[in-house]
Design a protein around this ligand. Structure first.
Ligand SMILES: N[C@@H](CCC(=O)N[C@@H](CS)C(=O)NCC(=O)O)C(=O)O
Length: 252
C-alpha cells in the first residue's frame, strides 16, 4: 500500500468548491480528535477531516511522522501551520477564533487548569477503558487483564466523581459560560458513556452534559466524524459532509 500525504493546498485545489482553513487528522475512535472536532463544530468553523487508520498503522508512517512528531492524532493544520496535542490545539482555536476562551484572565487561567487536569487525570483512564472495549469488539488487537481493566475503570470513576463535585455550584466548569474546558472534558465523558459507565449516578454531571449537548451545533462522536476523509461544511448550523473519493493516493 502506497501512502502519500496530501497537503491541504493540494486538497483544496482538487476540491476547488470546498476550501477550508482547517484540516483535522484523526480517528473517530480517538477521544482527543473528537474534542478538537467538537470545538471546531461548536465554533461553526468548517473543516476537512483526514481519517488516520491505526489498524493500517498510518500514524507510524514517515509521512505522518513528518506531520506529527509524536506519531499521534489529533493533528490540526491551520493554513500553513501544524498544531499538535489536543489541549494546545483547542487553546489555539479559542484564541484565534475568539470563542470559548473565557471572558477574563482569571477565568482563562482556570480554563487552563482544567485542560491540564483533563489531560492528566480524566483522559487516561477513560482512554484505557475505551481501548479495553475496542479489544473486546476485536477492533484492536488488545487483550487487557481483568484486574488491569478494573483499575482503569476505578480511576475513571474517581475522575468522574471529581467532575461531579466541582459542578455542584455552577453551570459550566469555569462559571456561567461554556469554555474549551467544558468542550475538552465533555469529550472524555462522551466516551465514558460509550464505555457503558452508568453516568446517571452523577446528577450534576448529567445536567452539565445536557447543557453541553444543547449548545448550537453539537454532535456526538460518531455523528461528527466518520471512518473516512470528509469535508465538513456548515451552512448556518446544518452540516453537510462530502466523503472524499478513494483515489488510492489519499490513504489517511
Ligand atoms: N496528549 C495527546 C494524546 C493523543 C493520543 O493519545 N492519541 C492516540 C489516539 S486517542 C494516538 O494517536 N495513539 C497512537 C499512538 O500513540 O501510537 C493529545 O491530547 O493530543
Amino acid at each position: 500500500m502506497k501512502i502519500t500525504l496530501e497537503t491541504n493546498s493540494q486538497t483544496c485545489r482538487k476540491e476547488s468548491a470546498v476550501i477550508t482553513r482547517f484540516t483535522l487528522y484523526g480517528s473517530p475512535h480517538s477521544l482527543p480528535t473528537y474534542k478538537v472536532a467538537l470545538m471546531l463544530r461548536l465554533a461553526g468553523e468548517p473543516f476537512s477531516f483526514r481519517y488516520v487508520s491505526f489498524q493500517k498503522g498510518v500514524h507510524k508512517t514517515p509521512e505522518f511522522l513528518a506531520l506529527s512528531r509524536w506519531g499521534q492524532v489529533p493533528v490540526l493544520v491551520d493554513g500553513e501551520r501544524v498544531y499538535l496535542q489536543s489541549a494546545a490545539i483547542v487553546e489555539h482555536l479559542a484564541k484565534t477564533l475568539g470563542r470559548f476562551q473565557g471572558s477574563d484572565p482569571a477565568t482563562r487561567q482556570a480554563v487552563r487548569e482544567w485542560l491540564y487536569w483533563g489531560v492528566d487525570v480524566l483522559f487516561p483512564p477513560i482512554f484505557h477503558c475505551y481501548a479495553v472495549q475496542l479489544g473486546q469488539r476485536k477492533l484492536l488487537p488488545i487483550n487487557v487483564e481483568p484486574t488491569i481493566a478494573d483499575y482503569h475503570h476505578h480511576r475513571a470513576e474517581m475522575a468522574l466523581s471529581v467532575l461531579e463535585s466541582k459542578l455542584s455550584d455552577r453551570n459550566y466548569l469555569c462559571g456561567l459560560e461554556p469554555t474549551i474546558a467544558d468542550i475538552f472534558c465533555y469529550g472524555d465523558v462522551a466516551f465514558a458513556e460509550l464505555c457503558a459507565f452508568d453516568l446517571h449516578r452523577w446528577t450534576n454531571m448529567v445536567r452539565w452534559s445536557e447543557r453541553v449537548t444543547a449548545l448550537a451545533g453539537f454532535k456526538a462522536p460518531f455523528a461528527l466524524l466518520a471512518m473516512e476523509s470528509r469535508f465538513l461544511i456548515f451552512h448556518g448550523l446544518s452540516a453537510h459532509s462530502f466523503a472524499e473519493k478513494a483515489t488510492g493516493k489519499v490513504a489517511f
